[in-house]
Design a protein around this ligand. Structure first.
Ligand code: TXA
Ligand code: MG
Length: 315
């Protein structure tokens, strides 16, 4: 299949091009599109055959459920059997935005989307192209990150094509994403919400609105509550070593005298979140065998960065 590239400016929507992409979604096709977090690989979330294609294109294990992307709260009510008061408050505060809710699902959500769970993940993205596409298609759009399973999430259309060219119907090129790491996923099915995946919206920010929030401690060793968390993730081909300081950095460099080593460093966490996955991919293209990254403090947005770094480095 030839993958069509649809070019769009992020703030000036071309209705014809959006409609072209929306038609592909309605006809059970796959369209990758930008969101404010990472690029997603979209299909009609109520169409089992279309969703099956997402799993096939990515090589994604079928026990890892997908997020349904919506453009209004009316749509959420068709997908979620119950919206707890706390979830409603958080939606008011953080939607549209990089926050995903796990809620009890309704009958209309196909089992393939939720991997047979009785809950469904929903998110209203802020990116204008994403919102317009969902609205024009008329369906909630199921969209995991638009990478081959196990590879770093794509932060540009180029990354999507590196992984999925020829395997999907189209990609909307809307330029580079803002955040660069995937949304915060919060399980709202119990009285006290639990963060299943840290992201841009932090535990502190959530707690200001609804009080106590739990964090999944070491998801890779327990029975995973976000099934996606048990797999090797975000990984470039080169090995990743995390260091805490200059001393450890020096030791790593000395330990591998024969290796081609890339050292990644950033001004701040915002830049790190935005550029990290791209740098992993570039390091592969440039043939580095070892990528060395300096750790950040495991709090606030730093928790999201450390979560991805730990997984990328294999724990
Ligand atoms: O920012 C994002 O969330 C991006 C963009 C495209 O929206 N999407 C994304 O999707 O990161 P994905 O499929 O790569 O990650 C979804 C995560 C996985 O860890 C999955 O296991 C978890 O959400 N998840 C989905 N449905 C769930 C459910 N019903 N219960 C628990 N975890 C769920
Ligand atoms: Mg992913």
């Amino acid at each position: 299949m030839k993958t069509k590239i649809i070019k769009l400016s992020p703030d000036n929507t071309d209705t014809n091009k959006i409609e072209e992409a929306a038609r592909i979604i309605r006809e059970s096709g796959l369209v990758a599109f930008p969101t404010e977090t990472v690029y997603g690989l979209g299909a009609n979330g109520l169409d089992e055959i279309a969703v099956r294609r997402i799993f096939a294109a990515k090589g994604r294990p079928s026990d890892n459920p997908l997020i349904l992307h919506v453009c209004n709260t009316k749509q959420v009510k068709t997908l979620a059997a119950k919206i707890p008061v706390k979830a409603e408050k958080l939606m008011k505060k953080f939607w549209p935005g990089p926050l995903t809710f796990v809620l009890k699902k309704t009958e209309i959500v196909p089992d393939i989307v939720t991997a047979g769970l009785d809950s469904v993940a929903v998110r209203m993205p802020k990116n204008r192209i994403a919102k317009d596409l969902i609205k024009a298609s008329g369906f909630p759009i199921a969209a995991p990150s638009a990478n081959i399973s196990g590879r770093p999430s794509p932060t540009s259309a180029e990354h999507v094509l590196d992984d999925l060219d020829g395997k999907i119907d189209a990609v909307i090129d809307g330029g580079e994403v803002d955040i660069g790491l995937e949304s915060t996923v919060v399980d709202m099915t119990k009285d006290i919400p639990t963060i299943l995946r840290p992201g841009k919206i932090t535990k502190k920010q959530l707690e200001v609105v609804v009080g106590k929030i739990y964090k999944v401690k070491s998801p890779d060793h327990e029975k995973p509550r976000a099934p996606g968390m048990k797999y090797r993730h975000y990984s470039p081909r080169g090995k990743i070593e995390l260091v805490r300081n200059e001393d450890e950095l020096k030791k790593v460099v000395e330990r591998y005298p024969e290796k081609k080593i890339k050292i990644l460093s950033y001004r701040d966490e915002t830049e790190m979140g935005k550029k990290m996955f791209k740098d992993f991919r570039d390091s592969d293209k440039e043939g580095y065998d070892l990528i060395v990254v300096k750790e950040v403090e495991d709090k606030d947005f730093g928790s999201a960065i450390m979560d991805r770094l730990r997984k990328a480095s294999g724990g």
